[in-house]
Design a protein around this ligand. Structure first.
Ligand code: HEM
Ligand SMILES: *[C@@H]1O[C@H](CO)[C@@H](O)[C@H](O)[C@H]1NC(C)=O
Ligand SMILES: *[C@@H]1O[C@H](CO)[C@@H](O)[C@H](O)[C@H]1NC(C)=O
Ligand SMILES: *[C@@H]1O[C@H](CO)[C@@H](O)[C@H](O)[C@H]1NC(C)=O
Ligand SMILES: *[C@@H]1O[C@H](CO)[C@@H](O)[C@H](O)[C@H]1NC(C)=O
Length: 497
């Protein structure tokens, strides 16, 4: 099976390589696409762009080809935007032209043009707007969601306390905690951390994130046109998607049965009501399939990104014990031990705020954002980007800009602090992307990361199980997302109680 898989990849790489070389010659003749390395006949630019380390290798190429360049990934050219100026010029200054989602074979196959993340046109406009309004009504960015998070953080503390100072891997505790916040919004309930069905879903999501960022996932992004017909591990990812969708479909049925249109309890209720309102419109975006896909999008995007950020953040705090101490000193001084940190404390906790920003900056969780594209041939600077070309806004190049952040590859909360210790805002802080596709969960995610980390450090001191010097904080996988290395930690209570 493995051999068969390998043989099919070799074959496919050959065929696509030949196709892509011919295409590149054609493009070069027109002379209007951004410059880039010549693709080899068989492998395109796979010598220059390592699928195992996409962002880093793309950043390197920009040293030679400038802030706007083209690489051949698989059968298609990809235009890369490097640095804040190019990213902002496209996504913000020309927001309408650059808001279109580019092809992403895994997501396209899983979502079929529905939902928010992988949709375009009327579907995307309708559903994104609806989701933003509904999430706002359920308190996203407002007080009630803050209370949810604080309550959930309390459950997390209890679970951490149960480890009694023995080493544990925080992955699933953090997934459960973060996921329960979005579950409360979309499903109207939270799940127990020991609920096997819930843990199964967390496992599905974790596997999806890892698979998308594995070598196979990256090859699928490049060579899907042929891989889709071949056996190999890339097919397993769709089983994980289906398991999650089946769960959402089940939830939809229970909601349908108990719906009270006069008092919607959660996102699914609101969607069902909207479906009812538009049932006579033939082109309505609000139908059963879209309810499932949209809810699924929020569920998965709302869980994996945020919990991975916190998990990566705790690893960085283990690596930098002095930073952890300073956060604790600040929390002790401003909040004290008798109440929980809340959002209103943030402005009084500049160091903690800087640490939280620095975590997101340093890890650049989604280094290439998600692919964008243009709906028609689009002049950009001295080039023309052809209709449908995949565009990667290289968020990592903005987050790791060496003029804005003097030691871009070091974890240093000083990047977000003024000389006098106040919080220093940066226009280069773009982990959620920018423009019309900007992450709609930004407000929720930032609140969660801040509150969960502050609450954990208020009660516990985190210790590594090896010497902190020896901890490796480079991502083990780096594709669409950066996956932190697996690790264990010990949580020692700071107060008896
Ligand atoms: C640390 C946490 C998070 C990070 C770093 C993050 C980052 C991103 C990025 C980079 C994008 C792509 C933007 C683009 O296309 O240019 C995105 C899209 C998206 N995110 Fe997040 N996100 C996070 C948390 C969340 C949460 C909590 C939710 C759920 C409420 C969410 C829901 C979405 C959705 C639905 C999209 C698709 C938006 C669209 O295509 O219009 N994200 N996110
Ligand atoms: C923490 O765990 C100890 C037992 O190890 C228990 O006595 C204590 O009540 C727990 N604290 C909380 C707040 O759950
Ligand atoms: C529905 O969609 C079709 C094809 O996209 C279009 O021709 C028609 O005008 C639309 N109808 C309404 C009511 O929007
Ligand atoms: C956290 O610390 C507070 C004191 O600030 C204490 O009352 C509470 O029981 C602690 N919770 C856990 C889970 O240890
Ligand atoms: C701290 O420094 C920043 C910029 O360096 C300045 O804008 C701010 O007013 C200062 N704040 C205080 C309290 O000195």
């Amino acid at each position: 099976m493995e051999l068969l898989g390998a043989a099919s990849v070799v074959l496919l790489v050959c065929v696509l390589g030949l196709l892509s070389f011919t295409a590149w010659r054609g493009r070069a003749a027109k002379g209007k696409m951004p410059p880039g390395p010549a693709p080899l006949p068989v492998i395109g630019n796979l010598l220059q762009v390592k699928p195992k380390n996409m962002a880093k290798t793309l950043e390197k190429l920009s040293e030679e080809y400038g802030p706007v360049f083209t690489v051949q990934l698989g059968s298609d050219p990809v235009v890369v935007l490097h640095g804040r100026d190019a990213v902002k010029e496209a996504l913000v200054d020309r927001a309408d032209e650059f808001a279109r989602r580019g092809t992403m074979p895994v997501g396209d196959r899983a979502n079929n043009g529905l939902g928010i993340i992988f949709s375009n046109n009327k579907e995307w406009v309708d559903v994104r707007r609806f989701a933003l309004t509904t999430l706002r009504n359920f308190g996203m960015g407002k007080r009630s969601i803050e209370e949810r998070i604080m309550e959930e953080a309390e459950h997390l503390l209890e679970e951490i306390n149960k480890t009694k100072g023995t080493p544990f891997d925080p992955t699933f505790l953090l997934s459960c905690c973060v996921s329960n916040v979005i579950c409360a919004v979309v499903f109207g309930k939270r799940y127990d951390y020991k609920d096997n069905k819930f843990l199964g879903l967390m496992n599905n999501m974790n596997n999806i994130f890892e698979m998308m960022n594995s070598l196979w996932g990256q090859l699928y992004q490049m060579f899907s046109k042929i891989l889709v017909y071949l056996p190999g591990p890339h097919n397993n990812i769709f089983d994980e998607f289906n398991a999650l969708k089946a769960f959402v479909a089940e939830e939809m049925k229970t909601h349908q049965a108990s719906l009270d249109p006069s008092s919607p309890q959660d996102f699914i209720d609101c969607f069902l009501i909207k479906m009812q309102e538009e049932k006579d419109q033939p082109n309505s975006s609000f139908h059963t399939e879209n309810l499932i896909t949209t809810t699924f999008d929020l569920f998965i995007a709302g869980t994996e990104t945020t919990s991975t950020t916190i998990r990566y953040g705790l690893l960085l705090l283990l690596k930098h014990p002095r930073v952890q101490e300073k956060v604790q000193e600040e929390i002790d001084r401003v909040v004290g031990p008798s109440r929980r940190p809340c959002v209103a404390d943030r402005s009084q906790l500049p160091y903690t705020d800087a640490v939280v920003h620095e975590i997101q900056r340093f890890i650049a969780l989604v280094p290439l954002a998600l692919p964008h594209t243009v709906a028609k041939d689009t002049p950009f600077r001295q080039y023309v980007i052809p209709k449908g070309t995949t565009i990667y806004p290289l968020l990592s190049s903005v987050l790791h800009d060496s003029k804005e952040f003097p030691n871009p590859l070091e974890f240093d909360p000083g990047h977000f602090l003024n000389e006098n210790g106040t919080f220093k805002k940066s226009e280069f802080f773009m982990p959620f992307s920018a423009g019309k596709r900007i992450c709609p969960g930004e407000g929720l995610a930032r609140m969660e990361i801040f509150l969960v980390i502050a609450t954990i450090l208020q009660n516990f001191t985190l210790k590594p199980v090896v010497d902190s010097q020896e901890l490796d904080v480079t991502p083990t996988l780096s594709g669409t997302g950066n996956v932190p290395p697996a690790y264990q930690l010990r949580a020692l209570p700071r107060w008896e109680g």
